[in-house]
Design a protein around this ligand. Structure first.
Ligand code: NAD
Length: 359
């Protein structure tokens, strides 16, 4: 029986990357029935919304999706489709592996860490009040000495339930992927109630895994420095939403940039695999963007589907093509203006050719 997977090409560079990723994944020999679903800025005219109703149904039915990036139009009042998807499907865990492949230009020799970010609450819950609004004035009345009269206010909810769920996810991920340590990251010395709660709950969960997975804590500012100085010391990091967002990009930078950074948003029984990067509109249709991040998201998807052997082979094929450094896109070349850089589809072709040579 083939796996049924919802494929969302997205917009900007999304469709060309999705084409490349689909060709490469099909070349592994794993039987996948792709259910194509449009979304994003370019379908707004057709459906009156960037998130057509059939899309959510398709993901709920198939339980697995591979998704290209989607543009968030600025100033139209439309909510980000990416945020809406995470919300509607309760995709509470964002998983971003950051692994350095030989051949990628980086200041480091070995980086292989995984960032696990809570996706549903924190300052990203969207509870914000405009400066001067009655709500902002009411909140200010609780601490008039600490909040300026003309302050806009964002609320940071951190719950026991969501913290426990994400930390448990991180430990289970570590066990399932043969990893040995989970580092919880927050700023509990300053935010004693919210981030303090995150650490307290993390410690309780860690105790259940004692002897199987190590546990440690870092303050987020110190973590940034540690990651820049000695990333090889870290394994799985678990963070609340905002810190997770920022450190994901930092970690992507350690391993060669957004073009090679895959990801997944996972909920109970539903998983959407997507690269960390956005729709890079300036490269749209130029056959120039790097397909690696979406292809490696496909590798994560294959593992999730239980197709471990195909996932390992595809990852090796990608790693080989990057190591050889010939058929890679501009961003992986020493000189970004190298006229010999491969296009998106040519890099995919090279990965397909490499797959055919692997046992
Ligand atoms: P971006 O990731 O699209 O682009 C930033 C820069 O990174 C680009 O200019 C490009 O130089 C480089 N880059 C990104 N992907 C690349 C690739 N595959 N190959 C080579 N270089 C690549 O970020 P942005 O410009 O801040 O956002 C553009 C749009 O994407 C916005 O509308 C934003 O909301 C959206 N976005 C979507 C997602 C998502 O779909 N999950 C994530 C982030 C941003």
């Amino acid at each position: 029986m083939p796996h049924r997977v919802t494929l969302i090409p997205g917009d900007g560079i999304g469709p060309e990357l999705a084409l490349a990723a689909r060709r490469v994944i099909d070349a592994t020999g794993v039987a996948i029935e792709w259910e194509l679903q449009e979304a994003g800025e370019e379908v707004m005219e057709k459906y009156g919304t960037p998130l057509p109703p059939g899309l959510l149904e398709s993901i709920r039915r198939n339980r697995v999706a591979l998704k290209g990036p989607i543009t968030t139009p600025i100033g139209t009042g439309f909510r980000s489709v990416n945020v809406a998807l995470r919300h509607e499907l309760n995709l509470y865990a964002c998983v971003r592996p950051c692994k350095l492949y030989p051949g990628v230009r980086s200041r480091y020799e070995k980086v292989d860490l995984v960032i696990i970010r809570e996706n549903t609450e924190d300052l990203y819950a969207g509870v914000e009040f405009e400066a001067g609004s009655p709500e902002a004035q009411t909140i200010r009345s609780f601490a008039p000495a600490k909040i300026a009269p003309d302050a806009a206010i964002s609320i940071k909810p951190i719950s026991i339930t969501a913290s426990r769920r994400i930390v448990r996810f991180a430990f289970e991920y570590a066990l399932a992927h043969g990893r040995h340590k989970v580092t919880a990251v927050a700023k509990a010395n300053i935010m004693k109630y919210t981030d303090g709660l995150f650490f307290r709950v993390a410690r309780e969960v860690a105790a259940e895994y004692a002897g199987r997975v190590e546990y440690e804590e870092r303050l987020v500012d110190n973590m940034c420095m540690q990651l820049v100085q000695k990333p090889e010391l870290y394994d799985v990091l678990v963070l609340p939403n905002l810190y997770g967002d920022i450190l994901s990009d930092l970690a992507a930078g350690l391993v060669g940039g957004l073009g090679v950074a895959p990801g997944a948003n996972i909920g109970d029984g539903v998983a959407v695999f997507e690269p960390t990067h956005g729709s890079a509109p300036k490269y749209k249709g130029l056959n120039k963007a790097n397909p690696t991040a979406l292809i490696l998201s496909g590798v994560m998807m294959l593992r999730h589907l239980g197709e471990t052997e195909a996932a390992d082979r595809l990852e090796r094929a990608v790693a080989e093509v990057i190591r050889e450094g010939r058929s890679v896109t501009y961003d992986l070349k020493e000189d970004r203006n190298d006229p010999g850089a491969a296009g998106t589809q040519e890099m995919a072709d090279a990965i397909i050719a490499k797959l055919a040579t692997l046992p």
